[in-house]
Design a protein around this ligand. Structure first.
Ligand SMILES: CSC[C@H]1O[C@@H](n2cnc3c(O)ncnc32)[C@H](O)[C@@H]1O
Ligand SMILES: [Zn+2]
Length: 447
């Protein structure tokens, strides 16, 4: 008598040389298969067991590749990619006051946001990001652009004391922001959120309104906080309080809050972050380039604070390559801690995946390759000489990775990158629009 084999039908099977599932932590699986059904992961198992148990519509063989969850870029200003390289080698406030804000005044509008966001998404997808967080003007255009491409995004509407192309001031921003939350609140790709720009640009009234909106809707709050020494000393002078203390006093520091930058922090700030359950979004390259300061990542993690990672905008980074950001993060963490063991490769990979999912409140369905979670997956081809030989694939991803090795991605089970080619963005057409913006911005600079 022959034993009857019962097989399960599924959509896609990905055979990978290595799988880093992120959960459980620090595990590397060899010669495993991921089985996808629709938008979700159905199974992760050894390839010989997959041969026996599953029949799939499509099989993708990745014999030299690492497969892992898609990266989560937790802070950026996507459309600012059109300002990449426009104003370099400047400290934050000069960069903003003398260059970026005047340029934004001149150029920001719906088409700029649509084109700039698509440029940023092309770069992020090409370099392994599947979810990004954005804080910029015309968030309704950003949300639609991400939805059209099929990228997951937390879209923070901006809240700032002064008028911009998007509105006349805080009252209008909050009204439009509440509409954004209402429109997208049940979407699987887009998560609307509230983006008070910074403690030095948002006064007490709008901060209180932001809190009320967050409490009424459950929307997350993302804020630039403790970016520079000037911000801290200026706050102490004006308000008699460090920025974190003021934000806590206004009720804004809690488990729905994402604090971006957090350089120049002392033990009182760490205590406030720890007790509040707020998340830190580390942006090492922007902090380095603007000479803003250092975030003590290992110390924060040792206190149990969730630290995720972001690139910030391409105008202060000047790229959106999250693997490059991880390399910088690991290097800086070791130097800041005076400890070569600080922010190991596995901790860094967790920072760009499960920690991001936690900050988003999406740990249950994003950030790791666990059956039942959403199929947001990337593959990195390690066969090139610059990634050989392989002793430890996690090490290569963080310390040796070149963005061009990212070969495949799927978001919600849908292919976004195949053999290094974007499937849902017409890059040639996008470049025509980008070149047009470059010509206009150059002309403005020459005036
Ligand atoms: C209110 S929308 C976003 C606003 O923030 C500006 N911005 C970009 N990068 C930074 C940064 O590192 N710190 C502070 N503000 C930043 C951007 O130009 C928009 O005006
Ligand atoms: Zn920023």
């Amino acid at each position: 008598m022959t034993a009857e084999t019962i097989t399960t039908a599924a959509d896609i099977r990905i055979n990978a040389r290595w799988v880093i599932p992120i959960e459980p932590a620090s595990v590397i699986l060899e010669n495993h298969a991921l089985i996808l059904q629709g938008s979700r992961i159905l199974a992760l198992l050894p390839q010989d067991e997959a041969d026996r148990d599953y029949r799939t519509r499509e099989t993708i063989d990745l014999p030299d590749h690492v497969v892992m969850p898609g990266l989560i870029n937790m802070h950026g200003h996507a459309a600012m990619s059109l300002f990449r390289g426009m104003a370099d080698d400047l400290p934050l406030m000069t960069w903003l006051n003398d260059h970026i804000w005047p340029a934004e005044h001149q150029f920001i509008g719906e088409q700029f946001i649509a084109d700039g966001t698509q440029l940023a998404m092309a770069e992020m997808l090409r370099t392994g990001t599947t979810t990004f967080s954005d804080m910029y003007f015309f968030p309704e255009i950003v949300a639609q652009a991400a939805h059209d491409v099929g990228m997951r995004a937390q879209v923070c509407f901006p809240l700032i004391d002064f008028p911009t192309a998007w509105g006349s001031g805080p009252e209008e921003y909050l009204r439009k922001g509440a509409d954004l939350i209402e429109v997208w609140k049940d979407d699987e790709y887009i998560t609307p959120a509230i983006g008070p720009h910074a403690p030095y640009t948002v006064s007490d009234g709008p901060l209180g309104d932001a809190l009320a909106l967050s409490e009424a809707t459950g929307a997350r709050i993302q804020i630039h906080l403790h970016e520079t020494a000037f911000e801290v000393t200026d706050a102490v002078e004006k308000f008699g309080q460090r920025p974190t203390a003021r934000i806590e006093e206004k009720g804004l520091l809690g488990p729905r809050t994402q604090c971006v930058h957090m350089t120049q922090i002392d033990d009182s700030d760490i205590e406030r972050l720890t007790t509040s359950g707020a998340h830190v979004i580390h942006c090492p390259e922007s902090n380095l380039k603007l000479a803003s300061g250092f975030c003590p990542v290992q110390k924060l993690m040792d206190h149990g604070i969730n630290v995720a990672i972001g690139t910030d905008g391409a105008a202060s980074n000047n790229d959106l390559d999250l693997f490059g950001e991880l390399r910088s993060a690991a290097m800086v963490a070791k130097a800041v801690a005076g400890d070569a063991a600080a922010l190991s490769a596995h901790q860094a990979l967790a920072m760009a995946t499960i920690n991001g999912a936690r900050a988003l409140g999406r740990e249950h369905d994003l950030g790791s390759l666990v059956p039942g979670k959403l199929a947001d997956i990337i593959a990195i081809d390690l066969s090139d000489p610059f990634l050989q030989p392989v002793y430890d694939p996690a090490s290569h991803l963080v310390y040796s990775n070149h963005a061009r090795a990212v070969s495949h991605s799927w978001i919600h089970g849908v292919p976004q990158l195949q053999e290094g080619k974007l499937t849902r963005i017409d890059v040639a057409d996008l470049m025509l629009r980008v070149n047009d913006w470059r010509d206009r911005i150059r002309q403005y600079q020459a005036q």
